[in-house]
Ligand binder design. Structure first.
Ligand code: ADP
Ligand code: MG
Length: 248
């Protein structure tokens, strides 16, 4: 099953005079883990924002399962099963982990008074199961503000899984996480891919992580596609090495 589930074709996006993405094409095959790297400011987050409908694109097309999605809104795209996580976590720090998990699932046809009703037990069970999956079961009743930054990122990952995404876009999942938690997170990402069948598209700054995780890697530089290949090909690509060296 290697058909491109997500097909980005010649996408361009500028902010005023800044050309954040120029003519970018990428394919994310179903059931795989695809990586996206590039120096700071090369347009990685902008591309993710375009894919999930955060802003309109200037040109090009974005297809998800052969359906053009570039004109859809964030909620419509999320409902198709295309979700993202953020570089900065977005959790409610005064709520406990289970509650954060429960409110991450949009309630269809929910009214204001529904907010005060108990959540269905099966949803709570699912939340606890996923908290166990990311290693936070023991901490499920702690307010999430008391978790370490790395644990908050694991919680955010579990919150995304609550929604059963088909494709999950992760923006620098290991940024700011202490090295001992990083290996655990990599294992969980791989398991989400193999066990739950979730297609992953991952922006990552840590080269060791992305080389270990991805089946194939795209590299952006100055908003344009610089290279695409297997981890080995990318690691040995002089243009990629130069782009990173030139950025420091
Ligand atoms: P990366 O994620 O690779 O670090 P970004 O996509 O965040 O890069 O940024 C690419 C370029 O677009 C940068 O020059 C950045 O300043 C600019 N940019 C991104 N988002 C906005 C925005 N909302 N308004 C103006 N400029 C932006
Ligand atoms: Mg970014």
């Amino acid at each position: 099953m290697n058909a491109a589930l997500l097909d980005v074709k010649s996408v361009s996006k500028s902010f005023g005079g800044v050309q954040a993405n120029q003519n970018v094409s990428m394919q994310v095959p179903e059931g795989r883990i695809t990586g996206l790297i590039g120096p700071n400011g090369s347009g990685k987050t902008t591309l993710f924002n375009s894919i999930v409908g955060y802003h309109p694109i200037d040109g090009g097309s974005i297809r998800f399962e052969d359906r053009e999605i570039s004109k859809l809104r964030v909620q419509q795209i999320a409902r198709l099963g295309l979700l993202r996580t953020f570089q900065q976590t977005r959790i409610y720090s005064k709520m406990d982990c289970v509650k954060n998990m429960l409110i991450s699932v949009p309630h269809r046809n929910a009214t204001f008074s529904d907010m005060f009703k108990p959540y269905p037990p099966d949803l709570t069970e699912k939340a606890e199961h996923l908290l166990e999956f990311v290693g936070l079961y023991q901490k499920r009743h702690l307010v999430s503000g008391d978790l370490s930054f790395g644990q908050q990122k694991l919680l955010e990952f579990a919150m995304a899984l609550m929604n059963e995404p088909r494709v999950l876009l992760l923006d620098e999942p290991t940024a700011g996480i202490n090295p001992t938690l990083i290996n655990g997170l990599i294992d969980r990402l791989k398991l989400a891919n193999t066990e739950f069948g979730i297609t992953l598209f991952v922006i990552e700054h840590n080269m060791r992580v992305i080389m270990n995780l991805a089946d194939s890697i795209y590299c952006l530089a100055h908003g344009e596609l610089l290279a695409h290949g297997s981890p080995d090909e990318i690691q040995g690509d002089q243009r990629v090495i130069d782009a990173y060296l030139g950025a420091h």
